[in-house]
Design a protein around this ligand. Structure first.
Ligand code: SAM
Length: 354
């Protein structure tokens, strides 16, 4: 079975599938669901990495507060608004403001910036700022923020606890926050990394089922990429031992499988072909993602000097390219696969059936 109702066991079988003919069927089915449900347009979201300060110690992530190898920065209001002008000039419909979990990003300060963007542009505003308190999420929604991205990373609770230590005073519960975001009326996005040491095929199949049960508006997935400057990448694996045959590899192929299966079970979702995918296949990783279920790309508009310091993992694609170079490169890549660039904010479309 290869449809929206497929069971967790069937999803797991597709993740483990080795028959190339059947795998081609998966790509074709995902591409056809994508075409019917969200069309041929590729929506571009201008990604602005507004701060690399972080209070967290996620063992996989270069922004980990214990990583002293990064020069920390926080963009000023003027710098952010200048980049927003660029996003408008390039014709992108959305600004995504992303950062480490940085409480130096004060609630009212950011609310003022969101209000200014909403008053002076027709951009959708997406935030991706970690596990902020409910009051902050409320205030930013009231200021006009449209969407919020918070990846679960994995729905396997034991693995999650290992890679995502709590802050001393508060347990981390991203599922609860995703519920709050939905209640506040945000378009809500989540996702996972693929191939985290200790991640099994079964838990990855459950992640995909959870995207469906949560009826997510956006799902972003990418391969886990080792960063030797932080504990997990340096080999400190703390997760419970698993049978090596059950370990999900952090490959390009598995990432496409997850994109394709996600498209099939969440037909309406906006799904990006991510930078992490472009990092492990610079030639045509993005295009392949777009041909196997994805319909969004997030060109980076962060000033190059800051971008280099937003090093969540080494060797990130497009690190040195100016926002302008990124724009023309992506336009050519999208045209090369016969797709067009979406106009407007590119919000989730609700369809009755496909
Ligand atoms: N602080 C926010 C948060 O935690 O949601 C947003 C910023 S965080 C750097 C953005 C995403 O980067 C994470 O959700 C994670 O999935 C991804 N990421 C971090 N380290 C990674 C790694 N080593 N390989 C692949 N993706 C990684």
């Amino acid at each position: 079975m290869l449809d929206q109702e497929m069971s967790i066991q069937e999803i797991e079988q597709w993740l483990r599938e080795t028959d190339q003919t059947r795998i081609s069927r998966l790509w074709n089915r995902a591409d056809s669901v994508r075409r019917q449900a969200v069309g041929n347009e590729v929506h571009l979201r201008g990604l602005l990495e507004i701060s690399n300060y972080c209070v967290r110690r996620c063992t996989y992530c270069g922004l980990n507060r214990n990583n002293s190898g990064l020069q920390r920065y926080r963009m000023t209001r003027e710098e952010i608004l200048a980049c927003v002008d660029q996003i408008v000039d390039y014709g992108y419909g959305t600004v995504v403001m992303q950062a480490g979990e940085d409480y130096g990003i004060e609630t009212e300060w950011l609310a003022g910036i969101i209000e200014q963007i909403k008053a002076s542009t027709s951009l959708a505003v997406t935030l991706s700022l970690g596990e902020r308190p409910l009051e902050d999420l409320k205030r930013w929604r009231q200021a006009g923020a449209d969407r919020y991205l918070l990846r679960l990373e994995t729905s396997d609770r034991a693995l999650y606890r290992c890679i995502h230590p709590n802050l001393s005073d508060q347990p981390s519960d991203r599922i609860k926050i995703l519920g709050q975001l939905k209640e506040l009326g945000y378009e809500t996005g989540s996702g996972v990394m693929i191939g985290i040491p200790g991640q099994t095929y079964q838990s990855l199949a459950r992640d995909i089922d959870l995207f469906r049960r949560f009826d997510l508006d956006m799902v972003g997935v990418g391969p886990y990429i080792e960063n030797p400057r932080v504990p997990l990448g340096a080999g400190q694996v703390c997760s419970p031992a698993i049978d090596p045959a059950d370990q999900v590899p952090n490959t390009e192929e598995l990432t496409y499988r997850v994109i394709a299966l996600t498209r099939i079970v969440c037909p309406e979702a906006n799904i990006p072909s991510t930078t992490a995918l472009a990092t492990i296949n610079r030639d045509d990783g993005r295009e392949k993602g777009l041909c196997r279920g994805a319909n969004v790309v997030m060109p980076n508009v962060t000033p190059v000097d800051y971008r280099k310091q937003y090093e969540i993992y080494p060797g990130k694609a497009c690190l040195h390219e100016t926002a302008e170079a990124c724009q023309s490169c992506l336009a050519a890549r999208i045209a090369s696969i016969g797709r067009s660039i979406g106009k407007g904010p590119g919000s989730r479309m609700h369809i009755n059936h496909i």
